[in-house]
Design a protein around this ligand. Structure first.
Ligand SMILES: [Zn+2]
Length: 265
């Protein structure tokens, strides 16, 4: 699923494929942009902000941003001209950007929008970007601390606190810090240390598509708790548990991440 590193990597793929190129044709399959024609525009930049992907376009003095959000199932792929678009079913295509060098195809994208690049400030509500040049652990910790009653698991997923953590990195960070996912923010020690670890886990996967938090890239060894329901904890052997928390599911080890007062570790 798309986490901050996935979106970052996608931005790099688009950078290599179409940045610096002139669009020869654009094909939008979303109602709000159905009549938009971007041919003649130059793709100036490909960037990510948290889970948002920003393609910055230029035409003379005009600068616009083509915005998309991958959510759970979205993806961009680059094809050579004439190559068949086989990554996903055709009905999932939301946009195709043609250049002489490559065609960038966006599948199952959300929040597809085109607006003046100056209006990117509408993303300022996002917390510090884990993979941004302006990453600021203290600021992210300060934002989390501002909602002391929220569970730490939900606080880590709130993109207004820090941008780029999804369900995988949330679960893994909490395991590595030994924190029960339902613990209220006010009872969590060292929030700065927590978000610093989350940032390291995401940053370690920059530039590759296999997401690992354990250091192993082997199938079945890439996470401590995420996706490992009922399997033995890699540290203590206790069966990993899975449950709903807020609008998402979470995974945890009941021994390594004890519920306060439960008599665990
Ligand atoms: Zn354990």
């Amino acid at each position: 699923m798309p986490e901050g590193d996935t979106v970052y990597n996608t931005a790099r793929v688009l950078e290599r494929a179409i940045v610096g190129e002139v669009l020869t044709k654009s094909d939008f399959r979303v109602p709000q942009l159905a009549t938009t024609d971007l041919s003649g525009w130059t793709v100036a930049e490909s960037a990510s902000r948290g889970k948002h992907l920003l393609l910055r376009l230029q035409n003379g003095d005009k600068k616009y941003t083509l915005h998309s959000h991958l959510r759970m199932e979205g993806a961009w792929r680059a094809y050579r001209p004439g190559e068949r678009w086989t990554a996903r079913p055709v009905h999932l295509i939301r946009v195709a950007l043609h250049t002489r060098k490559a065609v960038a195809v966006g599948y199952h994208l959300h929040e597809v929008a085109l607006y003046p690049t100056a209006d990117e400030s509408s993303l300022d509500h996002l917390g510090p970007d884990l993979l941004g040049a302006d990453w600021d652990a203290d600021e992210a910790a300060r934002r989390i601390a501002a909602q002391p009653d929220l569970t730490i698991a939900e606080a880590l997923l709130d993109q207004r606190n820090l941008a780029g953590v999804g369900n995988l990195y949330k679960a893994e960070t909490l395991f590595l810090r030994g924190v029960w996912p339902w613990r209220p923010v006010r009872d969590v020690d060292d929030l700065t240390g927590m978000v610093t670890l989350a940032q390291k886990l995401v940053a370690n996967n920059k530039g590759r598509w296999t997401q690992t938090t354990t250091g192993s890239l082997r199938r079945g060894e890439t996470s401590y708790v995420y996706g490992r329901k009922a399997q033995p904890c890699r540290r203590c052997g206790t069966a990993i548990r899975k449950a709903e928390l807020g609008e998402r599911v979470t995974y945890w080890c009941p021994y390594c991440q004890p519920e306060p007062g439960s008599g665990g570790a």
